[in-house]
Design a protein around this ligand. Structure first.
Ligand code: ATP
Length: 364
């Protein structure tokens, strides 16, 4: 290869594509189709990690799998994991939590945006009223599986699930929230300038105390940004009562998992929500918020827009702002014209809704 061609090839962003299980296998190929329609200069490589492979040859993650992803790719596009045939869900745990933990993707970024008022179950809420982001700590908390069971299966059984909060882990996600404000604006162009930390420090005093102290310290270094606090139970109520008040929410792994399903409800449901699992400077992973949804898998019913918006988020992360904005605009137009799947009141199938978006993107 001559050196000019080699440099061009090197500039091409390399993306690992892992559709996974259930509707992941339907929505990710559609998201890929839309990426290709955008003309983004990327090189896509497919991986078959998931339940089928696990059931066939007992491999969840091939040896060196995470190191290979970090070394050979700029980003990873993932579908979903979970299959009723794998009762233990071991493959999902090893692949998805493995990627988050072992690749140290500590910031789970979940934008919450309402594209059209018709999608929101709340009365009188307009797109401008729902435009916030949830930053979920992604490598610690109760999801590390620290703890154990004792005297299992007896009346004296004991089960513990430890909530792990390290100074390093808490500090980096809180700092990420303040940096996020510096680097991102709202959809209307106004600045992001409020960080709200959500916890349950009135009941979980040890972990909550650490989060509270770190918030105070980091906000002291960033006086231009307003730091706020809310207990997670109050936050759930406020999110439904008045979503306008939120800007950047930062929280732990479990609360982030729960409140982003609630937040997805404001956007039109799980089929509309996108996310990124990010470690600045390292290979990051992007996945729709929804799971593998076995009841609707294989029926061409799944909403592909969460996956397509996830692809747009990934392209923006890789510096392809124009392609990302084209894709977001096309999804917005599809929603406005009801070229959507049934879950958001349209009549199209997964493939047809994505095809409509791809056609818009290639014509833009
Ligand atoms: P996980 O724990 O893996 O996140 P989950 O138990 O939260 O999964 P999902 O698999 O996300 O659940 O789906 C729950 C239900 O939401 C599905 O059965 C389906 O009805 C609906 N749903 C999820 N994603 C979509 C989608 N893309 N399009 C339409 N409906 C969806």
């Amino acid at each position: 290869m001559d050196s000019k061609k080699e440099t061009q090839e090197r500039r091409k962003k390399r993306i690992a594509v892992i559709p996974g299980d259930g509707i992941g296998q339907e929505v990710i190929p559609q998201a890929v189709k839309v990426i290709q329609a955008s003309g983004a200069d990327v090189q896509l490589t497919d991986f078959d990690w998931g339940a089928d492979r696990y059931l066939r040859d007992q491999v969840t993650v091939p040896p060196d799998g995470f190191a290979m992803l970090g070394r050979d790719f700029d980003a990873i596009l993932v579908g979903a994991f979970g299959d009723p045939r794998v009762k233990t869900n071991i493959h999902a745990k090893e692949i998805l939590l493995g990627m988050r933990f072992k690749m140290d993707l500590y910031a789970n970024v979940r934008p919450v945006r309402l594209l059209d008022a018709a999608l929101c179950p709340l009365k009188g809420v307009e797109p401008k009223d729902v435009d916030f982001v949830v930053l979920r700590e992604n490598t610690e908390g109760v999801y590390t599986d620290a703890g154990g069971v004792f005297k299992q299966g007896t009346p004296d059984e004991i089960a513990t699930q430890e909530d792990i909060n390290t100074r390093k882990g808490v500090e980096r996600i809180i700092r990420y929230a303040f940096q996020y404000c510096e680097r991102h604006t709202k959809l209307d162009g106004s600045p992001r300038n409020k960080v709200l930390m959500c916890d349950k420090s009135n009941a979980m005093t040890h972990a909550g105390g650490l989060w509270q102290r770190v918030l105070k310290e980091v906000s002291g270094e960033n006086p231009q940004i307003t730091a706020q606090h809310m207990y997670v139970d109050a936050l759930c109520m406020q999110m439904v009562r008045d979503p306008r008040q939120f800007d950047v929410i930062v929280t732990n792994n479990m609360f982030g998992d729960i409140i982003t399903d609630l937040a997805a409800g404001l956007q039109g449901g799980l089929g509309m929500a996108a996310s990124g699992n990010i470690h600045p400077g390292k290979t990051s992973m992007f996945e729709p918020v929804h799971g593998s949804a076995p009841p609707i898998a294989g029926k061409n019913m799944a909403n592909p827009f969460g996956a397509i918006l996830t692809a747009a988020m990934m392209l923006a992360h890789l510096g392809m702002t124009k392609e990302s904005e084209q894709i977001e605009a096309a999804v917005l137009e599809a929603v406005r014209q009801k070229k959507t799947t049934q879950d958001i009141s349209g009549k199209l199938g997964t493939r047809e809704a994505a095809e409509w978006v791809a056609t818009q993107v290639s014509g833009s």
